[in-house]
Design a protein around this ligand. Structure first.
Ligand code: 5RP
Length: 224
């Protein structure tokens, strides 16, 4: 199986996982990225079984709307039955690195509101230690240089993601060369830097379940 086939397999597994949880008034959180896109496309099959979705990006919102799924503003949605999204890295605690698609802040907000965070990923995302994938940090534009200097003090090598403006009008710094042994601690430290909107480290609110696509099939992994 190639990577896209593994992504399709976990998207299908997520559809099967959430179907029994959906009721007519349920609102679902939906993420961003190529794995999430496979999930969105399959979600069209269930569109009469739930009330609507909150999307973590404008692009996912458009994709949902194109399938006839109602997209709601989070402020009028109340609790979300679940949030389904991909990841760039996941460890055994189901702490994640996310934000490869620059949607990390909205992803973090939607995950916070969801009863259950269902992460979907192919086996290439599974790691012992987070940090090989550069950690995205969303920053207020005028704070970019200051935050970069502070990220160096935390042991990283920050690189400005040129030409990318987030849905919130901010910029992304990708932090290379991190070996993240204490994800919650680092998440807190980065959050405390003035000018940081959010980091792509999902440790305080990691995933509740990971559907991991492997060549032996989809594994359902809970945090250790
Ligand atoms: C977007 C994300 C994605 O979930 C992450 O980048 C994984 O993407 P893909 O499913 O395309 O591998 O965090 O901001």
């Amino acid at each position: 199986m190639n990577q896209d086939q593994l992504k399709q397999a976990v998207a299908r597994a997520a559809i099967e996982y959430i179907t029994p949880k959906l009721q007519a008034d349920s609102i679902l959180g939906v993420g961003t990225g190529s794995t999430a896109n496979f999930f969105i496309d399959m979600l069209g099959e269930l569109k009469h079984d739930f009330a609507g979705a909150v999307a973590s990006s404008d692009s996912s919102a458009q994709r949902l709307k194109a399938l006839g799924i109602e997209v709601l503003d989070l402020n009028s949605a109340g609790e979300l039955v679940a949030y389904v999204d991909g990841a760039d890295e996941a460890n055994a605690q189901l702490s994640l690195i996310k934000g490869g698609g620059a949607a990390l802040t909205r992803e973090k907000i939607v995950a916070a509101v969801a009863r259950e965070f269902v992460c979907i990923a192919d086996q290439s995302k599974w790691v012992d230690v987070l940090g090989e994938y550069p950690l995205p940090v969303e920053v207020i534009p005028m704070a970019r240089s200051y935050v970069s200097r502070e990220l160096v003090k935390l042991g990283g090598s920050p690189i400005y993601r040129e030409g990318v403006i987030t849905d919130n009008g901010n910029v992304i710094i990708d932090v290379h060369q991190l070996t993240i042994l204490e994800p919650k601690k680092l998440e807190t430290e980065i959050n405390q830097l003035t000018g940081v909107v959010a980091s792509g480290l999902f440790a305080h609110r990691g995933a509740d379940v990971l559907l991991l696509g492997t060549t032996e099939g989809v594994k359902t992994i809970r945090p250790v």
